[in-house]
Design a protein around this ligand. Sequence first.
Ligand code: FEO
Ligand code: CA
Ligand code: CA
Length: 686
Amino acid sequence: MANPTAGGRLLPLLSTPHKGGRSALTCQFRCGNACAHDVANTTGNTYFGDVVKEALSRRGVLRAGALGALVAGAGIAGAAPALADQPAAKSAGKGHGGGDLRFTPVAPNTDDALTIPKGYRSSVVVRWGDPVLPDAPAFDFEDQSAEAQAKQFGYNCDYVTLLPMGRDRALLWVNHEYTDESLMFRDYTGGAEATEEQIQIALAAHGGSVVEIERAGHTGEWKLVTEGRRRYNRRITAQTPMAFSGPAAGSDLLRTAADPKGRKPVGMLNNCSGGTTPWGTVLTAEENIDQYFVNGDKVPAAQKPYIDRYTITTGTPEDNRRFDRVEERFDLAKHPNEANRFGWVVEIDPFDPDSTPVKRTALGRFKHEAANTTLARDGRVVVYMGDDSRFEYIYKFVSKDRYRHGNDRHNRSLLDEGTLYVAKFTGDSPDSELDGSGKLPSDGEFDGSGEWIPLVSGNRSYVDGMSADEVLVYTRVAADKVGATKMDRPEDIERNPVTGGVYVALTNNTNRTPAQVNEANPRPSNKHGHVLEIVERRDDAGSKTFAWSIPLVCGDPKDAATYFAGFDKSKVSPISCPDNLTFDKDGNLWISTDGNELGSNDGLFVMPVRGKDRGHLRQFLTVPVGAETCGPLVTSDQRSVFVAVQHPGETDGASPDKPSSHWPDGDQPRPSVAVVWHGQGRKIGA
Ligand code: FEO
Ligand code: CA
Ligand code: CA
């Protein structure tokens, strides 16, 4: 499709069909207009922190006597065997699960501000372009360079985690999901005409950052450390040397001219959400990687079905960033396997700036949203993962060996050997009671049972006609074959550290037709999404079966098709498009949104999941114009909430000459991580 121009500036964005609450700019730059493409899954399947502290302490990172892991519920529920031995007290339905939230909710709004409840304060911790490496220059929007960007904080921040270095100092890890060149550069007219320097800047603005931060006084505020050694500060980009490990490392499917052994990929792309392991490393998940390549239609014929199933770009569309113009590997006509080298979960040790990031092939390849870890009862490591596209699947990985407290070397091999499963959901109510209106079935709940279907264990494939490395590299195709349930864009998946329930954010799926409705995805044309809870059998994350239910069907509470776990809907906040999840130490569920379809800016919400306040959802903050809310993290002392404000000002028609947001500093919008705390030092939300 030809793109209209205005004053010589390409406006590919205005011409792009897009659905949902996102701007056309977000659709183009974030996910390569995924919604405008046909659904990739055409199969006929049923439609359907304390441990981190200890780990770091052993590694000499934490000073003796240092307090509190800062990561509350960062996907490490029951992570230590000692904790895993106590699930009875923590089992679903028996735990506390939150409540006692007293703040006045933030009203929906369209303000160009980070809006927080009365009595709270906020500040920006780190913004796009801020120096990360000690020798980085100050940011200059009008005079950017790739050399500077490779030392400065990258663009569009998503996953956020904290790794404590004591009570008042920590490492902050942040993903840089994607770049929006039309907001980063003046007069950007598309990848074909971009300068090589602009393309190099974009490559350097992807990836992730490690920065040291410190508490401001005795408050809940945290600030970037800007002086001194900052020995751990690091930038990882789309050009950082990496390694493959696990069963598919070295596979023919991963070999290229530049890496004939298929073991040394370069860079990571579109890192969306992530997780933190019990041994103190970061898992960062490559998501919409399909958009970075060209000429997907020119791969050998045998590879083409896989190109289609992963919606890899064909031809050289005008809205492509054209990374191939500076690095030939992005041209699949010349290097057809290069796309197979992206779409993985990457493990990074933030405390070793010289370490090589590792793409863990045992966790499969798809549009990974997140990778949250927990432990099975017997100590095996479990990683929950979503594939964030319409009609895609939910996965979990269970390691073969057990986590060994204090044995870093052993623990670092755990994600290389194990079984990858995909979820199948079965409802317990008759189809006739699922009319799409949102009316609950006669048993009072959207609920049922489910199973984890094995796909591959090490070098053993469970999928007919596919070898183990094919299952790992083309995981979507393997999952199609075993009858997994097609979900409404599975994003973050996280286990509640208090109740043991595993929560799944299903963002939306406007493509689901009434005929495709099922009890786990009960609403056709699902604009606002829902949240699903999985309760593993015996509350054991290593189980192969589970029960599930839907506590939250999002939207305007006045809409009869919404459900807030049975709570009085006149008292809850409207919510649309749940995306990232986290829990505070009390087990309250925190939900950030991406793509609000109710006319408000995106926000962060909190909802107790047990007790009399179960379902009492309240909005804690809203982000500025055009932004989505990412990364949410509540520190374990419950005095600080971190959020990543991704793509502020990314609205239709916006440009550096006509910015639609001036957040955070009053000039060009800059994606940033912000922290919120109570002015009197109270517990967040209390
Ligand atoms: Fe990067 Fe699925 O959001
Ligand atoms: Ca039911
Ligand atoms: Ca997201």
